[in-house]
Design a protein. Structure first.
Length: 87
């Protein structure tokens, strides 16, 4: 979480053949490389001064999910929307 907020996190913490299912409009990544390219790098470009709160992180066996809130200053394009400068 700390690395993610500092926008220094990379997908090296995930196994190479991991599956990540993002929220609507973002889709999924079928490898740690896809996750880095298709989600993290675009998010880091779009948001500055990021804050993240994890509300729930349940796991069952080797499967986990996270529910949280992410906010930041909209400084770059995100999902086709040009930067607004708003938080």
């Amino acid at each position: 979480q700390r690395e993610f907020v500092a926008q220094a996190g990379v997908a090296d913490q995930w196994v190479a053949d991991m599956r990540w299912y993002g929220p609507g409009g973002i889709g999924m990544a079928s490898s740690s490389e896809d996750y880095q390219i298709q989600f993290l790098s675009k998010l880091y470009t779009a948001l500055a001064n990021v804050e993240m709160t994890v509300h729930s992180f349940p796991c069952e066996g080797r499967f986990c999910a996270a529910l949280g809130t992410l906010s930041g200053d909209h400084v770059g394009a995100w999902l086709g929307t040009q930067p607004t400068g708003r938080r």
